[in-house]
Design a protein around this ligand. Structure first.
Ligand SMILES: CSC[C@H]1O[C@@H](n2cnc3c(O)ncnc32)[C@H](O)[C@@H]1O
Ligand SMILES: [Zn+2]
Length: 449
């Protein structure tokens, strides 16, 4: 519009700041501006132009901020915030079978799933995550919590051969998943996946039923895969073949498969994953803490596998801060191969945004800033000593920024945090409730098994 002409009113308008679009061209706009209408971005451009074109009742000053797509935590177990620090410094199978599974069977109920998921949402929004992929127990509670928080989510009830606190049999787990799929169908923020836990906890029959359900609803099929060498060896013995060839035989290898961890994926299997469009989520902090090993992440990316980034749950990380995860993701491959050129900052930021969205089947919706995409974005405060000066914004995001530098967060056009104040959640009340739940968890640990 020309000077003097009427300004167009938009629902939200950010003026000023450096915008990182994270589109294919990795567009960066200095002194940028962004307009929001409804749940979507309608325009991105120069501050100078936008001041002459737009006005809004919700004007945000972006000066001295980095504006980027909200981060995507592609693998977590949200309600496990209630088990943060419950058992550390042990091997995966010891940790899982002797500590985590028993603690879960004694304590996980709808109440824990609800408050634990709300706490996770609070932690994630406060550290810049706008979308997460979840696997846990009583996922209806997680869905409702994410909806309350205003977060975008792909989630699924965990499926096991053995009873979970929510499903006495695998059939009950599948029926619960079907209900989730039906109930949340068409929701603007919540999507449902079918999520068998792993190849070592699910029978062939259960995996085939899970595959069929995912096929029927055309949704992702997500599972833990080859998390460490002992799992690989156990599966070789149990199945008489490699895990990936077993998944191939079961007809699970397609563009809807999401495999978490993949520490022990071989070269040949990386190419099979690429050719069948399977997606991978890299969890470096969990892999380090449980000493699971080094996933061949740089090789997967070089070969063209779509790889996202995830924190895993709060009992194996023990934080949901994706900035911390990006820092580790960038450094671990460097030290492993003694090659500092591996996993450059731009690649890691793309994993936590655009590629994460593709992994979750949401590439058309979120993961980059572009007109037409949903307005899922964060503003990072640069006016801080540890972020001064800034030569390269990607370097800053990976090596210098931490979650508490996130100032303001929009998801689907709604402001869910402003100037570090959560607008969709009551942080104090959530922490109070989780303290209360932790008391009963603590007592249950003192009882003999
Ligand atoms: C995640 S819901 C199902 C089940 O998985 C357990 N779990 C948490 N983290 C991991 C991991 O890294 N590998 C395997 N299983 C994991 C969780 O405690 C639940 O019981
Ligand atoms: Zn996990």
């Amino acid at each position: 519009m020309e000077d003097g002409a009427r300004l167009e009113t938009v629902d939200g308008l950010i003026l000023g700041g450096t915008i990182l679009c994270l589109d294919e061209a990795m567009t960066v706009i200095e002194n940028g501006a962004l307009a929001i209408v409804g749940d979507s971005i309608t325009a991105i451009g120069a501050e100078e132009d936008f001041r002459r074109k737009f006005t809004s009742p919700n004007l945000i000053d972006g000066t001295d901020t980095l504006i980027m797509p909200g981060l995507i935590n592609s693998h977590t177990h949200a309600a496990m915030t209630c088990f943060r620090g419950i058992a550390d410094d042990m091997h995966l199978m010891d940790w899982l079978t002797n500590y985590i599974f028993p603690a879960e069977s004694r304590n996980v109920d709808e109440e824990l799933a609800w408050w634990g998921s709300l706490l996770a949402c609070a932690e994630m929004i406060k550290s810049g995550t706008t979308t997460f992929c979840d696997m846990y127990i009583f996922e209806e509670e997680t869905a409702k919590a994410a909806r309350t928080a205003g977060m975008r989510c792909l989630l699924g009830e965990v499926l096991f051969d053995f009873p979970s606190p929510n499903a006495k049999t695998p059939s009950e787990g599948l029926a619960y998943t079907r209900k989730l799929l039906e109930r949340w169908s068409g929701d603007p923020l919540i999507r449902v996946a079918v999520e068998p836990h792993s190849l070592y906890t699910c029978s062939r029959t259960l995996l085939l039923q899970a595959r069929d359900l995912a096929e029927e609803f055309q949704v992702p099929l997500a599972l833990h895969l080859l998390e460490n060498l002992s799992e690989k060896k156990q599966l070789q013995k149990q199945l008489g073949q490699e895990a990936v060839s077993y998944l191939e035989e079961l007809g699970c290898l397609n563009e809807r498969l999401i495999a978490f961890h993949c520490v022990c994926l071989e070269e040949k299997e990386i190419r099979i994953f690429r050719d069948s469009g399977c997606k991978v989520v890299y969890n470096p902090e969990s892999n380090m803490k449980l000493a699971s090993g080094f996933a061949p992440v740089a090789r997967m990316i070089q070969e063209g596998v779509c790889v996202g980034l995830g924190t895993d749950g709060c009992a194996s990380n023990n934080s949901l801060d994706m900035f911390q995860e990006m820092d580790t993701a960038a450094k671990l491959e460097k030290v492993r191969h003694l090659d500092p050129t591996l996993m450059p900052a731009e690649t890691v930021v793309a994993m936590a945004t655009r590629q994460g969205a593709r992994v979750l089947g949401m590439g058309d919706v979120t993961g980059c800033l572009k007109a037409g995409k949903k307005a899922d974005l964060i503003l990072i405060d640069l006016n801080r000593p540890h972020l001064t000066p800034m030569y390269n914004p990607y370097s800053h995001l990976v090596y210098a920024v931490n979650g508490s530098d996130v100032k303001t967060v929009f998801i689907a056009g709604n402001m869910v945090m402003k100037d570090r104040k959560l607008l969709s959640l009551n942080e104090e009340e959530i922490m109070r409730q989780v303290h209360r739940i932790a008391e009963r968890v603590r007592k249950s640990l003192r009882k003999p098994a």
